[in-house]
Design a protein around this ligand. Sequence first.
Ligand code: FES
Length: 358
Amino acid sequence: MALQFYDLTIASVESQGIDGIALGFDIPKELEGVFAFVPGQYLTLRADVNGEDIRRSYSICSALGAHERRVGIRVLEDGKFSSYAQTLKQGDTVSVMPPQGRFVADIGGKHNYLLIAAGSGITPILSIAKSVLEGEAESQITLIYGNKTTASIMFREELEELKDQFMQRLSLVHVLSRENQDVDLANGRIGLDKLRLMHERGVIEPRTYHGIYLCGPQEMIETCSAGLVEMGAEKDHIHFELFTPADGVGLSVEKRALKQEQAAGDIEVITILDGTSRTFKMDGKTATVLGAAHEAGVELPFSCAGGMCCTCRCHVAEGEAEMDVNYSLESWELDAGFILACQARPKTSKLVLDFDAT
Ligand code: FES
């Protein structure tokens, strides 16, 4: 069955740093299975804000086994969803899609993980860190977390508590770009030079990690991943999740994907979702499949609309299409004919997309 939204009740609302909030959702017994998650996954929240259907993905920050599903949200100036989220209170209901995402860590066994996060990229990383430390008695975690100032650190208290609780197994380094700390290593931004210095000083040892998880802006992920491989990390051990400023890049991407004026087109697109076919016409030059479907009133699953989350993944059953960008499909999926509808532009006069294919 295609992913659908469920109304969940907010069980808790907390401030996190100067501009962050954490929303905790109560999961009714009958939905425990639907909302089961693996540390690192995210939830898609949906709201009608001034008549606009807005969706945003936020990573779960709860540890495995926690009853609530908590997500961390950075509130952005002009952020449509995050501004709305600020008005939410305990007892309100929100439409939430079940957990998704492949930026996951399996829990069980003995691991040595390096986790690197910047800003609100901490949310999936926190879930992984807590789940590993609580669920694997012998595992080690090194967590490097970048922020502007101490005040802007999200989940600061929780991280400190975790450090106190697992003193021998968690090494936590806060890197601040706009506040001076005593240790030079902890000042500035997380990037290649910083990681090299950490390597030289024995804070990290890239060659030894079973898994390296990065969550933050694209530039940080790209430079750090390349640098870590240079320093001996196994490429296959590096996992990353691009952090989308939920209402910044996401909004403009969404505007591009969904709001474009679509020129009349003669390309026939057939979508299959939950066994039901829908047909519409589009022009591949002016719109993506997701944008054209939206204009045509055909509802397709999506979340980020930016090629990052895979919610709109579908199989090309007939015809051909190309993507503007792809940050989430793996090479085997591309080889098998999967595509992201939010990025897809038809190259043939007929395109059949199967959203039920796995
Ligand atoms: S909606 Fe996120 S990748 Fe298409």
